[in-house]
Write a protein that binds this ligand. Structure first.
Ligand SMILES: NC(=O)c1ccc[n+]([C@@H]2O[C@H](COP(=O)([O-])OP(=O)(O)OC[C@H]3O[C@@H](n4cnc5c(N)ncnc54)[C@H](O)[C@@H]3O)[C@@H](O)[C@H]2O)c1
Length: 438
């Protein structure tokens, strides 16, 4: 497994748990040092135990010696990052290409090279060319096996996936992959064999569809605010239709995270390059960008046009709960803009503060818990829906805060309980007109 990040570490540990011998290669000395000393460099529920058990069983190891790791293996998974390339929105595949070349030079016999990273259509074929150029004598096949796990529930997603997609044009590679995934066959996880390009595109199509669904309900939330409707009920009313489905219909501050922003942008570029532009994906990217930057404006307006001199408590920093991942989190532009506007920010996140420290402007106050963050605040803004925030006592918030405005960007609070405690509630897509009819 080349790369010991969220995907490489989780899928490496899960394969090991399924009985496969896995060597994870990680080049970042800090991450590798942690892993070799029994510490998990990321926050993912259950991962510490899974890694410890499989290291103890001798099936999982960590190192930086790629040549040693790929000796006598049947498959090499590439799970390195594919961030947005600076300037043009394309996915940066330089880490994938570099890993493929290193693997080619190090392999001693036949192996299947599998991209687990999310890669643009055509990458599989391209890495085959890179490998052939580096090692004309080498016998190998390439496959695409995109990962669909979600941070926060990654182990369950890997072990009980909705589906596994495997794209390869070689029967020999298909057989290796079939054997690797045999335990999941036994629990009847659908395993979809496709060609390379189909598997590569499926991953982008899945993420872009989900991003589009979120963006759609966010637009409906804006409309709800104008017409006096409640977006919760609209989401339920459409989501109970099996053709639509209830998931990913939670209105909020716009999607963020390590995947949706970069993958929608990359699919947009891929489609443009191939002369089949996707207007829907383009609109999704635009609407979401505007929404994320508009959230701070919404807060400023709710404060009467200026946040200068105000103290604002921000609860939740990570892009979603149950992860420490801060990549493209909506909290980043929100906090930066409020701080630029002259507000003092007091914040708390259960696990994201360490990563957030380097990404937020100086002067942000990191607090010990949610109640500490709201002390003397004029406004409370909920940015990430960690479960522990749902249970905050409105009465205690009222006691601790100086002001009374609650901006619930995730609709986690019961509006009646908030207003009942003498606070002012503003959710997303839930105007007072809709709530008073409840
Ligand atoms: N994070 C997710 O939820 C998720 C889900 C599905 C798919 N993906 C995709 O999986 C890929 C990896 O994502 P991630 O979130 O795990 O990224 P990450 O940044 O957490 O991990 C990548 C790791 O690879 C290491 N690395 C880079 N080059 C290397 C090399 N040559 N040898 C060894 N190690 C190397 C880096 O040091 C890093 O630790 C991306 O393409 C992403 O789009 C991510």
């Amino acid at each position: 497994m080349i790369g010991g990040g969220y995907v490489g570490l989780v899928s490496g540990a899960c394969f090991a748990d399924l009985g496969v011998e896995v060597a994870v290669v990680e080049t970042d000395p800090a991450k590798l040092g942690a892993l070799q000393n029994g510490r998990i460099p990321i926050y993912e529920p259950g991962l510490d135990r899974l890694v410890a058990d499989n290291v103890a069983a001798g099936r999982l190891s960590f190192g930086d010696d790629l040549a040693a790791a790929v000796k006598d293996v049947e498959a090499v998974f590439i799970a390195v990052g594919t961030p947005t390339r600076r300037g043009d929105g394309h996915a940066d595949v330089s880490y994938v290409n570099a890993a493929a070349e290193q693997v080619a030079r190090a392999l001693t016999g036949y192996a299947v090279i599998v991209t687990k990273s999310t890669v643009p259509v055509g990458t599989g074929r391209h890495i085959a060319e890179i490998m052939r150029a580096a090692r004309p004598d080498l016998d190998f096949d390439v496959a695409s096996n995109p990962e669909f796990l979600r941070e926060g529930s990654a182990i369950g997603d890997f072990m009980r996936p909705d589906r596994v997609v495997i794209g390869t044009n070689s029967e020999r590679a298909r057989e290796v992959m079939r054997r690797l995934y045999r335990p999941l066959y036994l629990i009847e996880a659908p395993i979809l064999f496709t060609n390379l390009e189909t598997a590569e595109l499926t991953k982008y199509a899945a993420n872009s569809f989900l991003a589009m669904k979120i963006t759609f309900i966010n637009e409906m939330a804006d409309l709800c605010e104008k017409v006096g409707a409640d977006v919760h009920d609209v989401a339920r009313g459409i989501g109970l239709d099996g053709r639509i489905g209830r998931k990913f219909l939670h209105a909020g501050p716009g999607y963020g995270g390590s995947c949706f922003p970069k993958d929608t942008l990359a699919l947009m570029r891929i489609a443009q390059d191939w002369g089949a532009p996707s207007r829907l994906v383009e609109a999704t990217v635009q609407v979401n960008d505007a929404r994320k930057s508009g959230m701070a404006v919404r807060i400023v307006q709710a404060c009467g046009g200026s946040v200068h001199g105000k103290t604002i408590a921000v609860l939740g920093l990570t892009f979603k709960p149950e992860t420490d991942d801060m990549r493209d989190a909506p909290s980043l532009p929100i906090i930066s803009r409020l701080a630029e506007g002259g507000a003092t920010i007091r914040t708390f996140d259960p696990v994201g503060m360490e990563h957030a420290r380097d990404m937020l402007p100086p002067g942000v106050v990191f607090c010990t818990d949610a109640y500490d963050a709201v002390r003397d605040a004029d406004v409370l803004v909920i940015v990430t829906e960690w479960n522990e925030f749902r249970a905050l006592s409105p009465e205690r918030l009222k006691q601790l805060m100086r002001g009374s405005l609650i901006m619930d960007l995730r609709n986690v609070f019961d509006p009646k309980a908030i207003t009942g405690a003498g606070l002012e509630y503003r959710g997303i897509g839930r105007p007072a007109a809709a709530l008073s009819r409840e």
